[in-house]
Each structure stands twice: as C-alpha cells, then as structure tokens.
Design a protein around this ligand. Structure first.
Ligand code: MG
Length: 226
C-alpha cells in the first residue's frame, strides 16, 4: 500500500491517527437532499483509523454492497491533546487541515438506519477515508470561507463553501472535546455540502478545497485487487 503522499511525521508517533471523528448533517442543502432535519447540536460518528488512505490510493468497493457515495469534506488534524476546549481557543488545537472524502455505503447505511441500528459498517470499510497530505493551518486561507468541489471523471458533482456549515470548526471542537478527549493525530471531518452521489469501479474521484489541495482516488472493485 502506497503511503508516501502523507508526510512521515504525520504517520509516526505521536502523530499516529487514533480516531476519525466525522460530523453528519452540517450543511443545510445536504440535509435537504437526504430528507433529514436540521440538528440542534452536532451529529457525531466515528470511522476507524484503518479506513484511512492517502492521495492516489484506491477506494475499494466490496462486492454486493449496493450504492457507494462520495462526500467531500474539510478535515481538521489535531495537534495537541485537549479536553473541554473552549470555542474561543479551539483553533489552537488544530495543527493542519486536509481534503477528506467521507466515502459512504449508502444502501447499507439506509438499511441499518431504517432498522434503528448503528450504521458504522457503512462508513468504516477499508479505504473509505481518503485524505490529502495535511497542510499547516497557517498556510491556508481562512478555513471559514473555503470553496469545496468534487468531480467524478471530470464531471462536477459537489460545490459548496465552508461558510455554509451549521456548526463551524470551533463549535465542533468545543462540542466533541466536551465528551471525547482530542489527541494529536486525531482527524475531524467537518461534514459535506450537497451533491453527494454514487461512485463505481473505474471512476476517478477528485476532491478539491481552495488553498488546501486536491485529493485524487481511483475506484476499484475490491475483488480485483487480489
Ligand atoms: Mg460526511
């Protein structure tokens, strides 16, 4: 597995990723397309660190799982340990930011959701967390006003701006750290704008966030990897 596109210092202790905390339903237009209701507080779920892949690596789709969707998101990489972090100093805990794709097995998620059961499997499969090389926070423009785009085979599917977040990064960090201690290497994926749609083996997924970078991942049938 090729990992050389994530800087070594990110992978080695103490910067190993311990947890990926994802935020659901953080953009109004995305909530509408999934026919959800606007949450009163952030909706949090986890992906295992084992689902993380780098720019250029392949998204593997297991056979028989139905529709799989892309979700472009701004990722925050935590640089220092913190608990009960106030929103006013939350960004001091962010070391870097990256482009993230919250790959989702949508049919699996819907099935579990309807049954009132946890849908962890739909989010946590191997390769379902592609992330670009992280860029230090001071090298990107204001993270509250960044354009996000996602293309599949060159066709524009998602377009949004981080200013459309219901809960901005500071509020997310304050909320999460009230309940879960944040540690160096943890990743927070801050939610996706509207336009989520299916990806299939043979597709090339390109996610881009202004000044942060571009994340490119080909999609393959997991069986064909051997
Ligand atoms: Mg998401």
């Amino acid at each position: 597995m090729r990992l050389n596109s994530i800087p070594q210092e990110f992978l080695s202790p103490p910067m190993r990723c311990g947890k990926i905390i994802c935020v659901g339903q953080n953009y109004r237009e995305h909530i509408k397309e999934l026919k959800g209701e606007e949450p009163e507080e952030p909706v949090i779920f986890l992906k295992p660190a084992s689902s993380l892949i780098a720019d250029g690596e392949v998204i593997q789709i297991p056979a028989g799982i139905g529709r799989v969707d892309h979700e472009v998101e701004l990722a925050l990489v935590i640089g220092s340990r913190g608990k009960d972090i106030p929103a006013s100093s939350a960004l001091d805990y962010v070391m870097s930011v990256a482009v993230f794709n919250d790959v989702t097995a949508r049919d699996v998620q819907s099935r579990y959701r309807k049954a009132g059961l946890p849908w962890t499997l739909s989010k946590g499969m191997d390769s379902f967390a592609p992330m670009s090389p992280p860029l230090p926070l001071n090298r990107v423009e204001d993270i509250h006003h960044l354009d996000l785009e996602l293309r599949v085979n060159g066709e524009l599917r998602q377009k949004g701006n981080t200013e459309q977040m219901i809960f901005p990064p500071e509020e997310l960090i304050a909320f999460i750290s009230r309940y879960m201690r944040l540690e160096p290497g943890d990743i927070i994926a801050t939610g996706t704008p509207s336009g989520v749609g299916p990806i299939r083996p043979g597709d090339l997924v390109e996610a881009e966030i202004s000044t942060v970078g571009t994340l490119r991942n080909p999609v393959v049938d997991a069986l064909k990897l051997g």
